[in-house]
Each structure stands twice: as structure tokens, then as C-alpha cells.
Design a protein around this ligand. Structure first.
Ligand SMILES: Nc1ncnc2c1ncn2[C@@H]1O[C@H](COP(=O)(O)OP(=O)(O)O)[C@@H](O)[C@H]1O
Ligand SMILES: [Mg+2]
Length: 273
């Protein structure tokens, strides 16, 4: 178990149930996430990770249950409601495939949510978007290019800048490193970690990438059997022997190489914490 002293959870999911066409995706799922850290959600494909995140964002309606962000109940609201829009701006989501508008330039993509959610002047919106892009390290000569003209790693940076557009406290990243080569994935992980620290963000990340899990995750949430089966540090999760699938994930052939590498890094004192 992870000790959180006297911190209050920034996200709380209580007795969540989700049923699609008679199939239960979540059953009595409970989860408390605390601020200012990187939390990774893992679990088999189709176990309901993306759905859980969409429900927390208010983009999907759970069958029953309650969700709170910073103590405010967010389930069951109408996304068209202006109040809901304000609440939604506390959280940002980077979708699995980036979901950038191909007809808009890079900077216009980042300006888009700011235009939607604020009444700032066009110039101010432009300047905010520039700042967000700067944070992600995207070269300035790419700001006026179109998504289809950028590399995979650059696209992720634009998507990340757009996620940060409204100064969210919490960001959700759905498989951020998927489709990237190992070097670009490492660079993106470093950027995510840097932004988390600089902006005191709570980062909730869905990933299958063992390197990301070991390199930058502070906590791991394992979904299985329609609920949270484990919520612990990565190290404890990797050494858990009670959950067969989890043990296999960390100690099978692929998992073990990454595990040994990171544990050896740690004992040499070169790793974080
Ligand atoms: N809007 C929807 N309508 C019907 N079924 C859905 C919907 N969204 C997700 N599902 C189903 O719910 C299950 C969980 O999906 P998802 O949350 O995308 O899984 P994961 O992200 O863990 O791979 C899958 O079986 C998926 O087909
Ligand atoms: Mg998914």
C-alpha cells in the first residue's frame, strides 16, 4: 500500500459500475488518486482503462457510481452546460492517437480549446498557445506546419501542448508512447516527467510500455476483474506474486529484462527515488 500522509485525493471514484449492452466493464470499482505524481493504469486490452478515464473526464456516462475531482462531483453532468465546461478545464486529455485536426496548423490546434473555453482576444490566445508549445520543446519552425507534415514524436508534443492549453491540474495520457521508436518514446517520457514537476501536475497515464512504467511512474493501478486489483508502487507491483497476470507481465521474458535493468540502475543510485 502507498502512504499519502494527510493529502486529499484529487480524484476519487466510488462504487463505479459500467455496463455496455449487457457486458460489465467495471463492477464496484473504487480508486483514489493523490496529486502531484505520475500514476500509471495498466490492464489487459479491453479491460476498461480508456472508458474509466473518459468517465473521470465526464466524456462518458457511467452506469452508476460517483466520481469526484478536487472534491467536486463530476459524474452525471451535461457537457454542454457552461458550469461543466469550467469543471472540465481542470482536466486535460491526450487521446490515444493524438486526435489533432488535420485541417488546422499546429498552433491553431493548440489555440482551439482556448478559443472554445475562454473569451480572450485572438492575440492572447495565440500567445498562450505559443507558450504551451514552447514548454514541449517543439521547434518554432513547426508551429505553422500541419499535423501530416510532422514526425510521430513531434505530433505527440503538439497533442501534449493542446492538453496543457487550459492549465489543467490533472492530465490523462492514453498510451502516449504508442507508435514511437524507442528514442522518441524515451524523450517523451522525459518531457512528461519534466512537465509534471515544473507544473505540479497530476499525470494519469495508460500505457503498456514497460520502460515508461519503470522510468517515470510513481504508482501503478492494475485493472482486472472489472475493478482495481492492485494500487501500489511499481517495485511492489513487479514483485507481487499473488496476481498471476501481473507477475507474468513484469517477470515474463520481456518484462524481466526491463525489470533487471531498472533494478540495477536503482542499486547504482542513478535512478530517481
Ligand atoms: N461506447 C461504447 N459502447 C459500447 N462498448 C464500449 C464503448 N466503449 C468501450 N466499450 C467496450 O468496453 C470495453 C472496454 O473498452 P476500453 O475502455 O476501450 O478498454 P481498454 O482501454 O482497457 O483497452 C471493450 O470491450 C469495449 O469494446
Ligand atoms: Mg484503451
Amino acid at each position: 500500500m502507498i502512504s499519502h500522509d494527510k493529502l486529499k485525493p484529487i480524484i476519487e471514484v466510488k462504487n463505479l459500475n459500467t455496463c455496455f449492452d449487457g457486458v460489465w466493464v467495471h463492477k464496484n470499482l473504487n480508486l483514489k488518486l493523490y496529486p502531484n505524481r505520475i500514476i500509471t493504469i495498466i490492464g489487459a486490452s479491453g479491460c476498461g482503462k480508456t472508458t474509466l478515464v473518459r468517465e473521470i473526464m465526464g466524456l462518458e456516462q457511467p452506469t452508476s457510481g460517483e466520481i469526484y475531482i478536487a472534491n467536486e462531483k463530476i459524474s452525471n453532468f451535461n457537457i454542454e452546460d457552461p458550469e461543466a465546461k469550467i469543471r472540465l478545464s481542470k482536466v486535460g486529455m491526450m487521446f490515444q492517437h493524438g486526435a489533432l485536426f488535420s485541417s488546422l496548423s499546429v498552433i491553431e490546434n493548440v489555440m482551439f480549446p482556448i478559443t472554445e473555453y475562454t473569451n480572450f482576444s485572438k492575440q492572447t490566445i495565440y500567445e498562450i498557445a505559443q507558450l504551451k508549445l514552447k514548454l514541449t520543446g517543439l521547434p518554432e519552425n513547426a508551429y505553422n506546419r500541419y499535423p501530416q507534415e510532422l514526425s510521430g514524436g513531434m505530433l505527440k508534443r503538439v497533442a501534449l501542448a493542446r492538453t496543457l492549453a487550459l492549465d489543467p491540474q490533472v492530465i490523462f495520457l492514453d498510451e502516449p508512447t504508442s507508435g514511437l521508436d524507442a528514442n522518441s518514446a524515451n524523450d517523451l517520457d522525459e518531457l512528461i516527467q519534466e512537465l509534471q514537476k515544473q507544473l505540479s501536475l497530476t499525470v494519469v497515464m495508460i500505457t503498456h510500455d514497460l520502460s515508461s512504467i519503470w522510468d517515470i511512474s510513481d504508482e501503478l493501478v492494475y485493472l482486472g476483474e472489472q475493478r482495481v486489483l492492485l494500487h501500489d508502487t511499481v517495485y511492489n507491483a513487479a514483485n507481487n506474486t499473488k496476481i498471476k497476470e501481473l507477475h507474468e507481465y513484469f517477470n515474463g521474458k520481456r518484462g524481466n529484462i526491463t525489470k533487471q535493468f531498472h533494478i540495477s540502475q536503482k542499486t547504482r543510485g542513478t535512478n530517481h527515488d
